[in-house]
Design a protein around this ligand. Structure first.
Ligand SMILES: [Zn+2]
Ligand SMILES: [Zn+2]
Length: 299
């Protein structure tokens, strides 16, 4: 008898269903009540009787029928009861995020802090599901990004600029790690050379990312990818800037990334930061990977 471990083939199996059929399942109030009842404890399976009670769908025949319709797509049965599938969690998440229910605006809030490029004033605003943190004086510091409307009222108005900024860093980190902020599909980046003096933040090239699946795109400065490299995050931390915690506009206190092209075709760029007698130098490849990092003492 062999006792060798069988590692499996690693084959990926994905079963597709038509979006029309799947979304059609949600066009019923009782089914949404059942999903929301499961969403009350998203990490604990709910026994049948408890789910029936929570859902508020009184007629047990109707409850059974609609639960059956949700099974296999949005709901899974386990030995301990019923639970949301990933798709079910996404539906609950979308309801909480306010995607289908909120239509919010936030009028301009002055930001405590100043533009890292020109020192001008900053304002945060929100409209059409887009948050922005912009310099009022120059064209160089402009950040616009999708923000879930249902999360707005979880913050006091004065907390919002920082909440927007942290959300933006969170999304950019996901994009740089290669995942789409819309569909969680694979996202690939490329370095795009700019005409002289027209690059974001004065750099000669910027970063563009696109989702292979849904086509969502993101554009960042060519200096952004290095900020998420662990060695650069360590450099920033040692110089008083905690990436993703310290507001982006305070990066100017450590220094803004500078860079020069190493080649145009394919585009490659050297990007560096310097502060207080130290420099960290990175090489950014055309697919947005960082092929080298060096931290050096400067005179
Ligand atoms: Zn400015
Ligand atoms: Zn996508």
């Amino acid at each position: 008898m062999s006792n060798e471990y069988d590692p499996g083939s690693g084959a990926i199996s994905v079963e597709g269903r038509s979006p029309g059929a799947v979304f059609g399942l949600l066009g019923d109030e009782s089914r949404l009540q059942i999903l929301q009842a499961l969403g009350e404890t998203p990490d604990e399976p709910v026994p049948f009787a408890e789910l029936h009670r929570r859902s508020g769908v009184d007629d047990s025949g109707r409850f059974n029928y609609h639960l059956g319709k949700l099974r296999g797509t949005f709901v899974r049965r386990t030995d301990d009861g019923y639970e949301l599938t990933y798709a079910g969690r996404q539906v609950i998440g979308a309801i909480y995020a306010g995607l289908y229910t909120a239509n919010a605006t936030v009028e301009a809030i002055p930001v405590e802090g100043s533009c890292p490029v020109c020192g001008g004033g900053l304002v945060a605003e929100y409209a059409e599901e887009t948050a922005s943190v912009d310099c009022t004086a120059c064209e160089d510091f402009h950040n616009d990004f999708w923000f879930p409307p249902g999360s707005l009222d979880q913050f006091e108005p004065e907390e919002l600029p920082l909440a927007f900024d942290r959300w933006m860093c969170h999304v950019i980190r996901g994009v740089i790690d290669g995942f789409c902020y819309t569909c969680a599909g694979r996202m690939d980046g490329r370095l795009v050379v700019d005409d002289a003096d027209e690059g974001i933040g004065g750099l000669p090239a910027h970063a563009e990312f696109e989702c292979d699946r849904c086509g969502s795109t993101a554009t960042t400065s060519g200096g952004a990818p290095m900020l998420y490299h662990p060695a650069v995050a360590g450099f920033l931390y040692d110089h008083g800037f905690e990436n993703g915690r310290t507001p982006t506009w305070e990066l100017g206190a450590v220094g803004l990334p500078t860079g020069e092209l190493l080649s145009e075709s394919p585009p490659r760029m050297r990007v560096q930061l310097e502060h207080d007698g130290e420099r960290v130098v990175t090489t950014l490849e055309d697919d947005m990977s960082i092929s080298s990092v060096e931290r050096i003492t400067v005179g």
